[in-house]
Design a protein around this ligand. Structure first.
Ligand code: ADP
Ligand code: MG
Length: 238
């Protein structure tokens, strides 16, 4: 494997799942990419990738004495290898989050780039492990100071485990928002680069409703261009 990225944020709803699939599709032009829904408590990547009916999911691989093979939970969609997670609360409670480490290690052996769609809060083992397992984090934020402050905490946490910051994706940016000022602040807070400024876009919502990643639903949308720009700036390590 080349590199593993955790797509993380302070709060929910900033666009992590949208970003994971968009960055994944952009990187898939050059690399073998595997996308994992590591948000095992609030999994919803399956809805973004048309995998609502997936039979075997990450949850099945996290249960003690399971008989599923990792490959049973890998679905080839949109040029990506996708490992969705189920939405059952009972399955989440039965799962041992620590097993994610072994699943990631097995998937890593067979791919170039791993993207871990990560949970928002940092309160539990299942929430922090994706950030700990990754080489670098991509922080997805809305362009506001409170959002930056949340993102900074995620970054501090990541750094304490030796995970570097790849940069910040500003998402849902409205035309009247001054991203330059915010990006400057981000540079100051994060000491890292702004990967892209992704506009608020109807196409993103429509893609979700269709159960398709943005880059499959509306590849020419300005938001899709911004995600491709972010992927290029990631500068995946060779
Ligand atoms: P998270 O994984 O961080 O919880 P999601 O990617 O699921 O966030 O996005 C949350 C909601 O916001 C979804 O309904 C998604 O379609 C919408 N959304 C995300 N990014 C954008 C955007 N750039 N423009 C419009 N809607 C967006
Ligand atoms: Mg999500």
């Amino acid at each position: 494997m080349v590199e593993a990225f955790a797509v993380a944020s302070g709060k929910g709803g900033t666009g992590k799942t949208t970003s994971t699939l968009a960055l994944g599709m952009a990187l898939a032009e050059e690399y073998d990419v595997t996308v994992i829904d590591a948000d095992t408590g609030m999994a919803n990547l399956l809805f973004h990738a048309g995998l609502d009916d997936a039979d075997v999911t990450l949850h099945d691989l996290l249960i003690d004495d399971h008989d599923a093979a990792v490959s049973d939970a890998v679905y080839e969609r949109f040029g990506l290898s996708v490992v969705p997670c189920g939405t059952s609360l009972a399955a989440f409670e039965a799962a041992d989050p620590g097993r994610l480490r072994d699943v990631v290690a097995e998937l890593a052996a067979d791919t170039d780039v791993l993207l871990l769609d990560s949970p928002a809060a940092l309160g539990s083992k299942s929430a922090v492990l994706p950030v700990v397992l990754a080489d670098r984090i991509v922080v997805v934020l809305q362009p506001t100071v409170p959002s930056l402050s949340d993102g900074l905490k995620v970054q501090e946490y990541a750094h304490s485990y030796g995970t570097d910051t790849a940069g910040v994706v500003f998402n849902r940016v409205r035309p009247d928002e001054n991203v330059e000022t915010i990006a400057e602040q981000a540079g100051r807070y994060f000491g890292g680069q702004t990967l892209a400024s992704v506009p608020e876009s109807d196409a993103v919502r429509a893609a979700r409703r269709e159960g398709k990643p943005l880059l499959a639903h509306a590849p020419d949308d300005p938001a899709a261009d911004a995600f491709r720009e972010a992927a290029a700036r990631l500068d995946v390590r060779e």
